[in-house]
Design a protein around this ligand. Structure first.
Ligand code: ADP
Ligand code: MG
Length: 188
């Protein structure tokens, strides 16, 4: 099924000049970039992007607790409290520099993008992914420096969230319709 996803090169990715490699890694799979812009996000936009969604706050908190437990660290905060702390770190991270926001479209765009860019913690991400190849950052280092994990990119979690995120970052006029020259070879 053809779907669309939002990809954002975070400030560390822009500062490290990895934007081109990130775009190529997705284009190489056959995904098509149908919108792009470089912006310095406001706190308002960043806050709306990382909305106070109960499921997300708890999921992020639970992932963090699992990694603390692996290290034998005692946790007293609730998952939601940890989620809220990380959300503020993310807003600070997003507003700290330029980002490149893009929309990619293609077969299973949400799924393929998550596979190519890799899981959240670069330390554990496979070296064949963008996060695993270009970063070694860890929950531990991020915690010690009181910041979000610098994992170079944001990408939507699922199709429904993708459509909401695309609408937040792009107007309809900013999204372009065209065919890649190899679409027929790939999809027909
Ligand atoms: P993903 O970006 O892989 O979809 P999440 O949606 O779970 O990951 O989290 C959003 C972002 O929050 C991550 O990309 C990362 O920058 C940051 N983050 C997540 N968990 C932590 C954590 N335990 N400590 C610091 N930053 C975190
Ligand atoms: Mg996410």
């Amino acid at each position: 099924m053809i779907d669309r996803t939002l990809v954002i090169v975070k400030p560390d990715g822009v500062y490290r000049s990895l934007t081109g490699k990130i775009i190529s890694s997705l284009e190489d799979t056959g995904l098509k970039m149908i919108a792009s812009k470089m912006v310095r996000p406001s706190a308002e936009l960043s806050g709306r992007h990382y909305a106070e969604d109960e499921k997300w706050l708890n999921d992020v908190g639970n992932k963090a607790i699992a990694s603390y437990k692996e290290k034998g660290v005692n946790v007293t905060e609730t998952p939601r409290e940890i989620g809220m702390r990380i959300r503020q770190f993310l807003i600070d991270y997003f507003t700290s520099g330029p980002v490149v926001a893009m929309v990619f479209e293609g077969n299973e765009a949400v799924f393929v993008t998550r596979k190519v860019l890799g899981p959240t913690e670069p330390r554990k991400a496979d070296p064949s992914t963008i996060r695993g190849r270009y970063s070694s950052d860890s929950y531990d280092l991020a915690d010690r420096n009181k910041r979000a994990v610098k994992n170079l990119v944001h990408m939507s979690e699922d199709r429904e969230i993708a459509e909401k995120e695309i609408a937040l970052w792009f107007s309809k006029e900013e999204i372009v319709s065209f065919s890649r020259s190899d679409e027929e070879i790939m999809y027909k």
